[in-house]
Write a protein that binds this ligand. Structure first.
Ligand code: ZN
Length: 361
């Protein structure tokens, strides 16, 4: 099989497997190809090391990257092709001692637009979130580790606002834009052109927004701008890479934000995780062997579980008195609440104990 057909075939297989990412990893004797499906990486193919560079070169040609540059990271995208992958594929290369490593990201399969009540959250949590989204100003932060569905939740929140108050002006800054949203102006950061979250947010505030979504708060500069925007009458939605809601608050404090600014802007922090759901075709889970529909894993699809920490009077006092993590955690049901949510899914037979321990430890 020639390299062109080999690469096309691997990409078609990845789409059929519902992969969100495809890794091409050069090794001493072989190039390993792995698919990420429902958050876990699975071996998909092993290619002879000798053809590795040809595969990488082919991917670079498809993505319009410089094939002769093998010593520097490059990023690009492969346009949709109905015969191979019918949507955009992001390509990122990275030089390693064994050659270039490539990761393909299938954004359309990484997350899809869902309504707030389709994410998997219980009805009370959905009602609480709807209440928060109806507020004219403040800061709502979605917390969780990488791959916990934070972007999908943020997009569901924006489309909920768009649905309930279609006249509001909604702007979103993302890295990258993963889901196209109707009625929302979306901007993609491009640090190589100087368009960082901070720069984009500063200029967007002059575009008369009412609701702003900032994909992720990663640094003190962005955190400061987000809080300032929330203080001046905007509703801000963002996410943070943190294990719990309290950890998110503590990180903001460590970024130098004064407690009084946090207590007057942060409305709530939503801590969330994704659980793989049992394959409906084979009734899978850990006990069964799986079927073709779930690639033999016993799981197919994922559901979110979440827990909301609102700024209560007690939490406000604790923050203002500079309480440590332990004392702050006293105001947060945290992991226990997530575990209780997860148990509801186990009891209904939709996921397994093994999956809950994998995700919640
Ligand atoms: Zn199955």
């Amino acid at each position: 099989m020639d390299v062109v057909e080999l690469v096309n075939e691997l990409m078609r297989r990845a789409v059929a497997a519902r992969a969100s990412d495809v890794h091409f990893e050069p090794g001493p004797r072989e190039m390993r190809v792995r698919f990420r499906v429902d958050s876990l990486l699975h071996d998909a193919e092993t290619l002879p090391a000798a053809i590795g560079p040809n595969v990488v070169a082919r991917l670079k040609v498809m993505a319009g990257l410089l094939t002769y540059r093998t010593d520097t990271p490059q990023e690009g995208s492969i346009p949709p092709d109905p015969a191979v992958v019918p949507f955009d594929v992001r390509v990122a290369t990275f030089p390693t001692v064994r050659g270039e490593r490539v990761v393909l990201r299938f954004l359309a399969l990484r997350c899809e637009l869902r309504a707030l009540d389709e994410l998997g959250f219980g009805p009370e949590l959905v009602a609480d979130i709807r209440g928060l989204l109806a507020q004219p100003q403040g800061l709502i932060i979605v917390c969780g580790p990488a791959g916990s569905g934070k972007t999908t939740t943020l997009c569901a929140m924006l489309s909920e606002i768009q649905r309930t108050s279609p006249a509001s002006s909604i702007l979103a800054i993302e890295d990258p834009v993963e889901i196209r949203l109707e009625g929302v102006t979306q901007i993609e950061v491009a640090p190589e052109r100087g368009l960082t979250y901070g720069v984009a947010l500063r200029s967007l505030l002059r575009q008369d927004p009412q609701v702003l979504m900032i994909g992720e708060v990663r640094d003190a500069d962005t955190a400061r701008l987000v809080v300032e925007a929330a203080l001046t009458g905007h509703l801000l939605l963002t996410s943070m890479h943190s294990g719990s809601a309290v950890e998110g608050l503590v990180r903001l404090r460590e970024m130098g934000l004064p407690a009084y600014q946090l207590t007057s802007t942060v409305q709530a922090l939503l801590s969330q995780r994704l659980l793989r759901t049992v394959c409906a075709r084979c009734g899978g889970g850990a006990a069964a062997r799986g079927c073709a529909g779930c690639g033999g894993t016993g799981y197919s699809g994922r559901t979110a579980i979440g827990q909301l920490l609102t700024m209560s009077a007690g939490l406000r006092r604790a923050l203002l008195s500079d309480a440590d993590v332990e004392r702050l955690s006293g105001h947060d049901p945290g992991r226990a609440a997530l575990r209780a949510e997860a148990r509801r899914w186990v009891e209904r037979g939709r996921t397994t104990e093994a999956e809950v321990s994998r995700v919640l430890g």
